[in-house]
Design a protein around this ligand. Sequence first.
Ligand code: ADP
Length: 487
Amino acid sequence: PLDALENPGLLRTQALINGEWVGGAETFAVTDPATGRELAQVPNLGRADVETAIAAAANALNAWRAKPAKERAAVLVRWQQLLVRHADDLARLMTAEQGKPLAEARGEVVYGASFLDWFAEEAKRVYGETIPTTDPTKRYLVVKQAVGVCAAITPWNFPLAMITRKVAPALAAGCTVIIKPAEATPLTALAAAELAQQAGMPAGVLNVLTADSQRSVEVGKLLCESDVVRHLSFTGSTEVGRILMAQCAPTIKKLSLELGGNAPFIVFDDADLDSAVDGAIASKYRNAGQTCVCANRLYVQAGVYDAFLDKFAARVAQLRTGNGFEAGIHVGPLIDEAALQKVETHVADAVALGAKVLVGGKRVEAAAGSFFEPTLLADAAPQMLCSREETFGPVAPVFKFQTEADAIQLANATEFGLASYFYSRDIGRIFRVSEALEYGMVGVNTGLISTAEVPFGGVKQSGLGREGARQGIEDYVEVKYICLGDI
Ligand code: ADP
């Protein structure tokens, strides 16, 4: 699939350290989850490379943070424009290594690029303040300064957007960054880094270290342990988030964590059912169900339960699964065999505990890649795995509930608190339920909520901090109080 690149120079198979493309003594394979075929080999880096990258980022810091925000913003804007100009090629790379349908991949490129644009603007608005004095001989000032060298460890489900949404606020604030992209999707990250170079990113300001799954553990540990690295941003599982948080404790590193979700999607009796079905399709099956904000549990009130299931089942049955490069495909492959097995386990467990398979229910045996049929399960129950854990696949378990209070109680009965959704036309209920859901984000009458202008993030064990919005830059600045005496 990569023979079709308009600009073959975007297929970068080396890591970026201090503005130089570097190979490694060892490499690892990047494969296409739709075919199982190898796409490229990239460097499998280790300790020495991490140390070089940290030194490069530290060395580049002073000049970068001393630039007027407007100059840093100009680099971000040029980078954004290049990403959009090369959206087709970036989408091809993304579909090849990650599997999402090409149109969805292109959408992610534009979405991912929009964080650069947004934070280029925010760079200019890192305002300080003056505090009215309580001592006539003194004046109190507050300024905000770049945190310093930052590390970003990113997942494979959004190979570009999870990078830009961390890197854009960091760079805008005046920080320098070391990125460790997911081992499954380094090609999109490296292509984006190539475009950053073309945009005029100074050497050492943005570094990308590639490593396989084992080496990623070592690289991650070194980044956490470094006292030069002042901030770690991570998007991935809650399990790995806990490990990284513990590893960052000795250096009291600042942390931004976007961890797992277990999103409830509630349909009340008074909902517009067609709209709820549209929202459920978009929220559940996007990226083959592999997003941390995908609806994981669908709660439908008794009065509309059968009607909702009829309409929803008809739509799920129409979803086409296949290679994301083919036209008309809605659901691509899962990222790997392990992901497929997790989904199979969740379905088997649900069926054993009484769920009914209305659509799909099994892997696509004929395919070489890791495909699972878009699946709809009725009569799901709280003791099932799919109720307690994030399935991260194209499986929609539907639970029946009776009252508004029941729905809220069921929705909140999880250690996660990232995204939640509900459908209702009653204004009082909309306020009550929005306020009662213990989640960082609530979609009311919509299944799609992400955009660069809003604060994305979770409560409870779904994470720390917010990405995007004006809040997104706050994790990358320190507040400094300056007291002027002898006035
Ligand atoms: P997912 O479940 O989305 O694959 P993970 O949390 O396993 O999420 O991985 C997200 C990112 O974290 C990837 O870049 C991966 O290489 C990295 N990673 C996984 N385990 C560790 C670890 N122990 N230390 C540092 N990085 C890790």
